[in-house]
Design a protein around this ligand. Sequence first.
Ligand code: FNR
Length: 381
Amino acid sequence: MTPASVSDYRELARRRLPKIFFEYIDGGSYAEVTLRRNVADLEAIALRQRVMRDMTQLDMSVEVFGQKLSMPVGLAPVGMAGMYGRRGEVQASAAAAKVGVPFCLSTVGVCSVEEVASAGTPPWFQLYMLKDRGYMAELLARAKAAGCPVLVFTVDLPVPGARYRDVRSGFTGSSGLSGALNTAWQGVTHPAWLWDVWLHGRPHTLGSVVGAIPQSRSVTDFLGWIARNFDRSVTWADLDWVRKTWDGPIVIKGVLDPEDARDALRAGAQGIVVSNHGGRQLDGVRSSISALPAVVDAVGGELEVFLDGGVRSGLDVLKALALGARACFVGRAWAYALGAGGAPMIEKMLGTLRSELAVAMTLTGCNVAREANRALLDVAG
Ligand code: FNR
């Protein structure tokens, strides 16, 4: 199948990846209500069609923290990408650089921040706060030294949400012999992945935090350790602590509430990502897109406001811009594309988002992405 849309990359990834990894990417927490809402609420927004305007000069570029993006899209931090494609984070970073959009590297990436940075462009770096502050300070200093321009501090994961699919697939909860047998069976039944990732994509550790984790053998061991070591005591005051090591822009990821957005501003952040972690944390919370307008009204003039969650097409990107986002991040869309066929597929997927955004801008009479506003939406729709 030649993929035409994000749902096609999803299908290709489903065929190619072992079930444990496909389900990990695809799933959300509990009954996946919020995961569905993220997509459905974006779909339900009606664009306002306008005709007979000169639409020959489209400008999709935006500027963020002094960095010019070729379009208002970035690759969200996704953990363990090196298990979906050989050295997956390096591939994603290369694809993003080619297209001219930012790639944000997860704390729990397979490839370390040094590996990604030295292979090409230094990524934005996403931070999970672990209990070992000494190690955290070191990690921030490493990200700085690697040349990462922006720190994305994820705050909606003091504990991991319960993900039923991961239990059912054997991704979490199985270890020892049953875990090993499960992994072996998954490999044998997915030969393309076995060749690409299992045999040629090693080491399978969490590169940036490997030094903090004693005696872990598999990525699932690592994830278990990390889950036990998230620091639940974090408050806004800890941003001062982060600042001691990090002097660049800080973006707080995982804000849905306007009050939290105001707190982020008061605490000295430069941006926020309106996000519910792609419906993977507190199931039942509202969709990111429905949370966006109130957050923009609260802090839009003073913080860079980004959105992620449910973005599956260029039409979705324009809807988010219309409601006040500076840019969108996509998570599953690039993870599916990586699983479907590595960097070339991620590039192709980003090309699809770009051409869809171009069509949406043309047919709503929006020449300049930076000027998108609520007038692009059909409020009666
Ligand atoms: C994530 N997300 C995530 N976020 C983060 O800050 N650090 C991380 O390590 C991860 N890991 C991760 C793994 C996988 C498989 C997924 C799907 C997501 C959340 C991610 O950054 C983003 O918020 C959502 O993916 C956005 O929703 P969509 O685009 O997937 O609908």
